[in-house]
Write a protein that binds this ligand. Structure first.
Ligand SMILES: [Zn+2]
Length: 423
């Protein structure tokens, strides 16, 4: 049924002006309120007693399921952060964060400015329930009634959205972190409003590292600076979680340094691949194969992709540039990953540089001798590899930053493995 017909039906049922009902209905639907829910809420607004019993049920947060209909809850605001989103062609400022009571926590999106403040206890009448990534979320909109209660609720969660980098997950919002800027560069992108400058780089704290994008460049965010960031959100980019700093985030320079941990989490390969991408991780396994496209290779001078027989898939026939690379399949019994070694790491395992590789290839009149030498050196040996893990439809790739052989002694290896299992 069209919105018009819904409005007409409602207007005649309720005995009110058609245009007025239609405007209300349109508003609710634009804010993603399902049509049935929107009609119910308008019946209540215009005082139709006939649906009185089907109003929202009062629930504790732990009882809310993604399939449920509208609810009323009493909850503490754990976090509240503004963000601008483009919805149906218009920019809306929404407020997002988490609510909690004694039974659990839930994410919410507020489509109206309710002036939500972290720490306040609210009674929320008629919040919409929607599903995101299998979890329920609350939608607070024009149809919701919100009041601050004097009796504050005690909840077993910290108010304020404080987090460490390691604890951040894709989908998190209104988080606060204190970090050191490890890398930072200005980039120009073709954004939704034309060319804009953004910052991108890497944040670090004691718990780990994560890449970031800052959509509204700030002078406080520069390499080596320690900063406190409030109201950031996390989304997935190129297979790993990324911190997003928006125009609504606050950035403050700290007068003390935030130490950056030097260790990366060490995981089993199967577990790491299952968890999706991880920005900085350490995996240990045996090299079972050195893949084609390793050793002495040629790259397209335009796009840097590896080319075959002087042909780039995008740029056609090009004058390829020599480079060194290894793609090694690492296996630890729980899974496999392709470790990709850059030119420097490849030189180390090959035991020579690009000139040595070229000489060897010329002498043999075959450049595959370089890969053969590498194969002889590393296949069957065990390596600890640290780097960026991305998982996509092409498989799991570990872009290596370090590649170190693990002790040959099998008892050492076994005890290291047991320690990992115990941890
Ligand atoms: Zn190319």
């Amino acid at each position: 049924m069209e919105l018009d017909s819904h409005a007409e039906e409602l207007a005649s049922d309720l005995g009110v002006d058609n245009e007025e009902v239609k405007a209300d209905l349109q508003n609710l639907v634009e804010y993603s309120v399902p049509i049935d829910e929107a009609k119910q809420s308008l019946r209540r607004k215009y005082g139709d007693g006939s649906t009185g019993s089907s109003g929202p049920t009062t629930k504790s947060i732990g009882e809310i399921t993604p399939e449920g209909s509208n609810v009323s809850v009493t909850a503490v605001v754990l976090s509240a952060g503004e963000r601008s989103i483009r919805y149906q062609g218009d920019d809306h400022v929404i407020v997002e964060g988490e609510l909690a009571d004694e039974t659990g926590r839930i994410d919410y999106t507020a489509w109206e400015d309710f002036g939500l403040e972290p720490g306040e206890t609210l009674t929320i009448g008629n919040a919409g329930v929607r599903e995101w990534d299998g979890q329920p979320e609350l939608n607070l909109g024009e149809h919701s009634a919100i009041s601050v209660t004097d009796d504050s609720l005690d909840v077993p969660y910290e108010v304020g959205g404080e987090s460490t980098l390691a604890a951040l997950e894709t989908g998190d919002r209104a988080r606060s972190v204190e970090v050191t800027v490890l890398e930072c560069e200005t980039r120009t992108i073709d954004g939704r409003d034309g060319e804009t400058e953004i910052l991108s780089g890497v944040f670090g704290d004691e718990s780990g590292r994560l890449p970031f994008t800052c959509w509204d460049p700030r002078s406080e965010i520069e390499t080596d600076a320690s900063v406190r960031l409030e109201n950031v959100y996390v989304r997935e980019f190129r297979g790993v979680p990324e911190v997003n700093v928006s125009e609504y985030s606050s950035v403050e320079t700290l007068d003390r340094e935030i130490d950056v941990g030097t260790d990366a989490p060490s995981l089993g390969i199967g577990e790491a691949v299952d968890s999706g991408g991880i920005y900085d991780v350490e995996l240990t396994g045996t090299v079972i194969e050195v893949r084609d496209g390793s050793g002495l290779i040629q790259r397209c001078p335009e796009c840097r992709r590896v080319i075959q027989k002087g042909q780039c898939r995008t740029h056609g026939e090009v004058d390829g540039e020599d480079d060194l690379r290894v793609k090694a399949i690492l296996d630890d019994g729980t899974g496999t990953v392709t470790a990709v070694l850059d030119d420097e790491l490849t030189e180390a395992v090959y035991g020579g540089d690009l000139d040595d590789a070229r000489d060897a290839a010329r002498e043999a009149m075959d450049q595959s001798v370089v890969a053969d030498t590498i194969r002889e050196r590393i296949v069957g040996r065990t390596y600890r590899v640290r780097g960026h893990l991305s998982v996509d439809e092409y498989g799991a790739n570990l872009d290596a930053t370090t590649f170190e052989e693990v002790s040959e002694d099998p008892t050492d290896r076994a005890s290291a493995f047991l320690e990992e299992v115990d941890a």
